[in-house]
Design a protein around this ligand. Sequence first.
Ligand code: NAP
Length: 349
Amino acid sequence: MAYETPNFAALLPAIATDLVVEERPIPVPGPGEILVRNHVIALNPIDWKRQAWGFLVPSYPAVLGTDHTGTIAVVGPGVTTLSKGDRVLGFPDGFLTGSHSHSAFQTYTVVSASLSTRLPASLSFQAAATLPTAAAYATLALFGVLNLPRPTTTGPTPKTGKGILIWGASSSVGAGSVQVAAKLAGLTVFATASAAHHARLRELGAAAVVDYHSPTAVAEIAAAAAREGVEIVYGVDAISEAATLRPTVEVLARFKGEGIRLVHSLPWPAELARPEGWEAVQVQGEQAFGERKELAEWLFAEKLTGWLEAGVIVPGAHRVVEGGLGGIQSGLNELKAGKVSSEKLVVEV
Ligand SMILES: NC(=O)c1ccc[n+]([C@@H]2O[C@H](COP(=O)([O-])OP(=O)(O)OC[C@H]3O[C@@H](n4cnc5c(N)ncnc54)[C@H](OP(=O)(O)O)[C@@H]3O)[C@@H](O)[C@H]2O)c1
């Protein structure tokens, strides 16, 4: 088969080393899989954490990366829903399986067809690349961990009269959760973010946004709930440090509720007491490839194209890091330094 280009990858030679761009074989899709000629790859905090700390990296040299968009180059056996040439986004499972072929930081990536989404013509590869991880985590958090009823229609879901707090709402996981909660789960959303992001978060569906730097943030959120006339029954902490979980728990403790009420994106900090009388549960992204695969397939293969076409889910802001695959390292350095605010770094391949 003739390919448009060889496969180059930003390879991680060993733990805590810089990425180097080298050629590696073009991966071959198996049954139910597609080979995507990547056009845009997005960078996530998990990428620098795997690079620096070596977790979920079973062998070196490794290929990292979870979010990609591009054009289907080859359709594997048994795939009937997608065709060669389709524009797609994908959520490949390399960060769980360790498979370098199923990882994003290269020219070609193999991904399950059922964890891929055909893109509306109006959506750019750059904008769409911001979506896979954010949409997956928001879906796993709300319809998986919190077990809220899934929407049956494409349009906005009617309000349930229940509220949710989303702490760190300007992060990509947070902004995805705001949209899913407000538009697809029928919840009234109370969000926290720096002031610069308040207008955008209200556009995405938040009823009220509070600056988390404010010393009275918890009281301001409670006052906003009183104004809206709803109880804040649930919470998602997209940042999940002790400094963010503490006020999130404080808010939820002001309202009634039982069972699982709070989703956190990282392990619970050892120094922080767990809430009493109700539960907090970590969302595990890798569940999209295992015990929650059905939910992830519902998102990517069944729903996301329609939600994007209808504007129910809107991609976040992005910034292109120059240098293609060779620019990934500088982008990961920026993420690690905590210099990125409310925009997804992407590279063009
Ligand atoms: N469990 C999993 O499988 C999983 C999956 C994905 C991500 N994660 C983790 O979830 C976290 C978020 O990931 P992401 O990709 O969404 O991050 P991101 O988009 O890079 O988040 C950046 C944003 O975080 C906000 N932020 C930083 N510190 C904050 C604080 N103390 N309080 C409130 N907001 C704060 C900033 O908001 P402002 O600009 O408004 O200040 C900034 O815009 C990361 O730690 C990531 O590793 C876990």
